[in-house]
Ligand binder design. Sequence first.
Ligand code: 5GP
Length: 120
Amino acid sequence: PTKPYDSENIFAKILRGEMPCNKVYEDDHALAFHDINPQAPVHILVIPKGEYVSWDDFSAKASDAEMAGYVRAIGHVAREQGLVVRGFRLLSNVGRNGGQEVPHLHVHLFGGGPLGPMLA
Ligand code: 5GP
């Protein structure tokens, strides 16, 4: 069961401009910024602007336009940040077992060097 959205989560504050971030991209549907604790040479988070707790919540409730906008933004950031040429990784943690810490949907983009088999 997905918890109700908590509008005081850290990414909600970043979206409202109440918390700073190191922004790499923004459009109508998505915001991308560098992870504060990078786990790869390049570690970017891409979040939708809508209030979705996780991938589960988003895939169940988001409109087609929100879904398309978010997926396109992720692809755009990966290309724009130069991650595509040598390869990169997409990851989204969902819920407690998935190790999700921030309850606003985010996709991690890891790249900029060899990544090894998995990232926690
Ligand atoms: P999760 O475990 O929820 O998938 O990942 C949350 C990610 O958000 C972690 O990689 C963590 O380093 C990052 N993070 C947490 N708080 C902040 C913050 O205030 N700013 C930024 N840029 N990243 C954050």
